[in-house]
Design a protein around this ligand. Structure first.
Ligand SMILES: [Zn+2]
Length: 675
């Protein structure tokens, strides 16, 4: 970015006007804000209806945000891969599914898949996929009984409303896409049924009790559309009957209480911790938001001392198992992202966008093969063999690491909504009738903005997260006044902003939104660029191990991958990925400015599928020594040695690639004091 006419932002909440001499505009206003305002509602998109707290950020109907570039190719690969063709391999999506026959079994798998598959179809505007999604939607609608209950009868016999919570979200997306009024009537009837249930019969236990907040979100969704007050009464009942996610999740009392042990399941935590935040919209007590944050911190401080935004829960979190070799389930990743997307809209706080991106760019891609045709159950920051031996110290036994389209029941269905939901939260409408760019990736949006709700199109050109510059171009028939918000990630200590290339302001306000209030004309361009120096982060709780980050990406040792077919079919093979180069390195780091030992040696634009070893767009180089004492335990990487450590080996240059490109990885390193 060229630097002329620099204007520096200093201090908090600086509000000033920039005079663009020679520009097309005389004056516009730039400021930084903690979040978009939350006092009123957007005039054109449905957020919360009173008495619920107004939503500072509102999602647009599915399809209005369109992915481009590498993000579009993720969706295209999904269509050709596991998500698009899952009925070919999943025994849960056949004609005997209880969701179609209304007899027999049909639990979470189908709606797990459909909420992603449906949104993928709407985003790609693919007529065949839309028709295929419609088949399942119609079956759900058809299944409603006179008292309002719906879904496979087995679930009713088990008094289990959990799978229906997922089915409701499928219907909501379908409604936003189609405006099919039957959805509103259907949901109303079902919620009447839930309201009529005796208190003790609603979520008596198990998953539904721990995950009741999903149901709560759907009740608010319908309330915002219908405004019928009994829905808020039901919301109270649902929150009352949902497990307590307000109290600290890590306590000795809960440790001893076996009944509550499913609090420790990674997926439950990734979903449940946000529920007080959902209820905050109704209760308006800031302590509920504090509870969300407290539990997030508790989790991350104990089990999330690792790069990639996840925490170690290779089924459940377990005291003493916080090493970066403990994995996170793929379901946990997409549910955690979903929770952050939801909290972003409720609070307007950009930290939730940071957390969502960290998972999307660093952890999620490595959970699947680059062709998105197979996935595994667990992904860990330190993972040296994706095999099917079962020789590892995870809570679950058996095959958890090989990439296998046939093996992993929940994850291969649930992974479907990761990228589609991410796309839908790139741009959000703001309460002051503006536009917020919340997550960064190549994309475009058509959105109503300004006083009159003019349709405006914005195209976002960027290589992000593989590049640090974002250019947004505005297309509009006539000039429109509206505020444009751009998120400044918390890692961006320096940000440069320019409008129509004429001015440049340096904004040192990480973790905020830049708000530009302007009369936007056709072709106006905003450029934002983030400084992304290499950083070394130390994990005190994990032997003071070191990780390397640069901007939104974390880096892993480049380990050669040997891909071995281990079953499946010609069309849907299962793979082991085995290490074909050494992994047991310690970084050489000086006490002072450790990042200076790490050099950027290659950087290029992302390819169609950048998340692979061969096509890693960015390569770093570091100095390291082998640590002969750091050995594998079975097929698992040995526990992290305590740093600083010594080694008599020769110093070597090692290459590091983005974590999301590495199926085998070391992204937490022991280190040697470099003198
Ligand atoms: Zn799973």
């Amino acid at each position: 970015m060229k630097k002329f006419g620099q204007i520096f932002f200093l201090g908090l909440m600086l509000v000033f006007s920039l005079n663009l001499f020679g520009g097309r505009d005389k004056v516009f206003k730039v400021e930084t804000v903690a979040s978009p305002p939350g006092e009123r509602a957007n005039s054109f998109y449905l957020g919360n209806r009173a008495p619920l707290l107004p939503s500072p950020l509102v999602k647009l109907p599915v399809g209005q945000v369109e992915p481009r570039g590498w993000l579009l190719s993720q969706l295209q690969l999904m269509r050709e891969g596991l998500t698009g063709r899952l009925p070919e391999v999943s025994r849960f999506l056949g004609p005997d599914s209880g969701w179609l026959t209304l007899k027999g079994k049909g639990w979470e798998e189908m709606p797990y898949w459909l909420r992603g598959y449906g949104d993928l179809a709407y985003l790609l505007k693919d007529p065949e996929m839309i028709a295929a999604a419609r088949k399942w939607v119609e079956a759900i609608l058809r299944s409603q009984q006179p008292d309002g209950y719906f879904g496979p009868v087995d679930n009713r016999e088990n008094n289990d409303l959990w799978p229906n919570m997922l089915a409701l979200t499928c219907l909501q997306s379908y409604y936003e896409f189609s405006s099919d009024q039957r959805v509103l009537e259907f949901m109303k009837k079902y919620f009447r049924y839930q309201l009529s249930l005796p208190e003790g019969s609603l979520f008596p236990g198990s998953w539904q009790k721990l995950r009741g907040g999903e149901n709560l979100a759907s009740v608010y969704w319908l309330y915002n559309r219908l405004g019928e007050e009994w829905l808020l009464e039901l919301a109270e009942k649902i929150y009352r009957r949902t497990a307590d996610w307000e109290s600290p999740i890590l306590t000795p009392e809960r440790d001893r209480n076996l009944e509550e042990s499913s609090f420790y399941h990674g997926v439950n935590i990734a979903m449940g911790f946000r529920y007080p935040g959902l209820y905050y919209q109704q209760k308006k007590d800031p302590r509920l938001l504090q509870a969300v944050e407290n539990n997030y911190r508790l989790m991350m401080d104990h089990y999330g001392q690792q790069p990639g935004g996840m925490f170690g829960a290779d089924e459940n979190i377990r005291p003493g198992y916080n090493d970066p070799r403990q994995g996170a389930e793929t379901c946990t990743m997409v549910e955690f992202m979903n929770s952050f997307e939801s909290l972003l809209k409720i609070t307007g706080n950009p930290v939730y966008a940071d957390r969502c991106e960290e998972i999307a760019f660093n952890s999620l891609p490595a959970a699947l093969t680059p062709d998105l045709k197979a996935l595994h159950y667990l992904t860990a920051p330190n993972l040296i063999s994706c095999d099917s031996s079962g020789e590892h110290d995870f809570q679950n036994s058996g095959t958890l690491l090989s990439y296998d389209p046939w093996k992993y029941r929940c994850c291969q269905h649930n992974v479907a909504f990761g990228w589609p939901y991410f796309v839908e939260h790139l741009f959000l409408a703001t309460a002051d009738d503006g536009v917020a760019i919340c997550l960064y990736a190549p994309s475009s949006v058509t959105i109503k903005a300004g006083k009159q709700g003019e349709a405006v199109r914005l195209i976002e050109d960027t290589d992000y997260p593989f590049g640090e510059r974002v250019r947004a171009t505005v297309y509009t028939e006539k000039p429109v006044d509206f505020p444009l918000y751009l998120r400044v990630p918390a890692w961006a200590e320096k940000t440069w902003l320019s409008v129509n290339g004429l001015n440049q302001a340096e904004v040192n306000q990480p973790g905020k939104f830049i708000r530009i209030e302007k009369t936007w004309k056709n072709g106006d361009q905003v450029e934002i660029e983030f400084a992304a120096p290499v950083k070394v982060v130390f994990w005190e709780a994990v032997g003071r191990a070191a990780s390397v980050r640069r901007g939104p990406l974390w880096y892993s040792l480049e380990i050669k991958e040997e891909w071995k077919k281990v079953g499946g079919t010609e069309e849907w093979p299962a793979w082991e990925v085995l290490p074909a180069s050494p992994w047991n390195y310690a970084l050489l780091l000086p006490d002072n400015k450790p990042e200076e030992q790490i050099k950027l040696i290659a950087k290029k634009g992302p390819s169609y599928q950048p998340f692979s070893l061969e096509r890693a767009p960015i390569i770093l180089e570091a100095l390291a020594k082998r640590l002969p004492g750091w050995k594998a335990e079975g097929k698992m990487v040995g526990k992290m040695p305590i740093s600083p450590i010594n080694s008599e080996e020769q110093a070597e240059k090692i290459r590091m690639i983005p974590m999301g490109c590495a199926r085998l990885r070391i992204s937490c390193f022991p280190w040697i004091r470099f003198k």
